[in-house]
Design a protein around this ligand. Structure first.
Ligand SMILES: Nc1nc2c(ncn2[C@@H]2O[C@H](COP(=O)(O)OP(=O)(O)OP(=O)(O)O)[C@@H](O)[C@H]2O)c(=O)[nH]1
Length: 337
């Protein structure tokens, strides 16, 4: 029996990692391998799925869909499915970067020469909050929905039910036969991903997918940059919140871990921004981690030097702040506070 390889795509911040994590937790009886592809040198996604997958490989700092090395997907799949002790994997999920071109990912899996694996279909996450605004900027997103075998409508908990229904109808208008499945907070029935036969081969000429690499200039990622920032010294929360509030409009996505210079706030804050939304999650630093702030900012037309300079201005030198009000701005956007 060959192992199906499902490609999970969707624009920046659409909820791919959230779906993947839920899947890894809920489908306990399915042995899953994952490939995560971060667009940026900080492998946040890999850290967020770590420990859950039966087998995981991560590719940072680039986008698998346009990597010049045609063998990179093959190499990752070969590493995941290499013979080992115990039972093999039931399925592999390749989480594409948020700016990946799904057809290129599908092509790479379809044309893999790794024995024992087969293409298992394309799942496209559609962000119920951001989709309409994003497709105006990137009409390619409509094509991504059109080629999906399953469309996941994410963040339906954040929009009124009528809006979710309207968006589902928009997706059905773009793709008449793929199921459009609401996936609030990543919750979905794993069978949808692993038992929906990939119909891409049926719907479109296979040759087009296999042979047409497309014009990389028209790929969404050709417009996007990733800027990384790292600081061993902790950040001043007030200055950092002010930075987030006035971040340039081109910065669509920020994610990473933050350490704040406030006495009693020694926890790790996972920061996620998608469009206008800013969200922190508090948690413990993993044992042995170096407790540094590590961020990746993704957007169009970014001035990397200016962003890094502004972030450096948020670094706090000296003794931790003894001011419990300093964390107010952060806590306002922190889950569960
Ligand atoms: N309320 C709510 N938040 C969600 C949902 N799905 C994702 N999020 C939040 O949206 C943010 C981005 O989610 P991710 O799962 O990291 O998105 P992604 O597609 O993996 O992002 P990239 O890999 O950077 O493109 C996080 O703060 C998630 O917690 C959802 O269904 N409901």
């Amino acid at each position: 029996m060959s192992t199906p390889v499902v490609v999970l795509a969707g624009f920046l911040g659409a909820g791919k990692t959230t779906v993947l994590n839920q899947l890894l937790r809920s489908a306990a009886d399915v042995r899953l391998g994952v490939v995560v592809n971060d667009f940026g040198a900080v492998g946040i996604d890999a850290l967020l799925v770590a420990g859950w997958a039966d087998s995981a490989v991560s590719l940072e700092n680039g986008c698998l869909c346009c990597s010049t090395d045609d063998g990179s997907v093959d190499e990752l799949l070969a590493r995941l499915t290499a013979p080992r002790r115990g039972p093999g994997l039931d399925a592999v999920v390749v989480e594409a970067s948020g700016v990946a071109e799904p057809s290129a990912m599908v092509r790479r899996v379809l044309t893999t020469t790794v024995p024992g694996v087969r293409y298992g279909g394309l799942v496209v996450a559609v962000d119920a909050v951001e989709f309409e605004a994003t497709r105006l900027r990137h009409p390619q997103l409509d094509d991504h929905v059109a080629m999906a075998d399953v469309v996941l409508l994410t963040k339906t908990d954040l929009v009124p039910a009528e809006e979710a229904a309207r968006l589902a109808a928009v997706c059905r208008g773009l793709n008449a036969w793929a199921p459009v499945v609401p996936a609030a907070k990543g919750q979905l029935d794993p069978r949808l991903l692993f038992e929906t036969p990939p119909a891409r081969q049926r719907q479109l000429a296979l040759g087009e997918v296999v042979h047409d690499p497309g014009d990389p200039g028209t790929h969404v990622h050709s417009m996007y940059d990733a800027v990384e920032f790292r600081s061993e010294a902790p950040l001043d929360p007030r200055r950092f919140v002010a930075f987030l509030e006035r971040r340039p409009s081109g910065v669509f996505r920020v994610k990473g871990f933050v350490r704040f210079a406030v006495e009693g706030s020694g926890q790790r804050y996972l920061l996620q921004t998608v469009g206008a939304a800013v969200r922190f999650e508090r948690g413990a630093w993993p044992p042995g981690s170096d407790r540094a702030t590590e961020l990746v900012l993704v957007g169009a037309g970014l001035d990397a030097d200016a962003l890094r300079r502004d972030l450096r201005d948020c670094v706090h030198d000296g003794e931790p702040l003894r001011d419990e009000m300093a964390m107010m701005g952060v806590l306002r956007s922190t889950e569960g506070v």
